[in-house]
Design a protein. Sequence first.
Length: 223
Amino acid sequence: MAKKTLLSWSSGKDSAWALHQLQQNSAYEVVGLFTTVSETYQRVAMHGVRIELLRQQANIIGLPLTLISLPTPCTNTQYEERMRKFIEHAQRQGIECMAFGDLLLEDIRDYRIQQLAAYPIEAVFPLWGLATDTLPITMLEAGVEAIITCLDPKRMPAGFAGQKLSKEILAALPIDTDLSGERGEYHTLVINGPMMKSPLSVKVGETVARDNLLFTDVLLQSR
């Protein structure tokens, strides 16, 4: 029987691709998404994505979304306390696995495993170990469309902020850039792909500098 699984949803390409992989694996049944968001800004912290976009993504995917609100700034103690409450609630709901879109950073993977160690919930990493230099190309060729919502201007050209991720952009990145953005080079918002039933209709707003990063605001397109 497929294991009831919750997926950590960042709004970006890696969590979307993790969902796509899990949807093709009969060992898992993804029954919901969860995202940590800033109480102050009402956005995904690193991606800068508005909560209404998260909700619309979940609607298009067809899965319930749980938001875990965190203060800004957030201490490690505060983070762990709110995650503990969420994990305990998930356990009571019969969740057997929590999945994450991590690719490369072992310290983050180990931390997630440690968080779940006290519970009968397995940490699952469907993308772990995949080649970060070719994975974005695989995603694009499969129909994933994503907008760059945050980037580090010290690591990649500032003009890519707010642009759709493309093979041309990937080819133009500095030679020492991780093409998947695993070292914080950039973050994305997925607006279409095989894990979505229809495209997310958005418009790109202004780009602002904050905390040495560039954040591009993306809004739902009114119909």
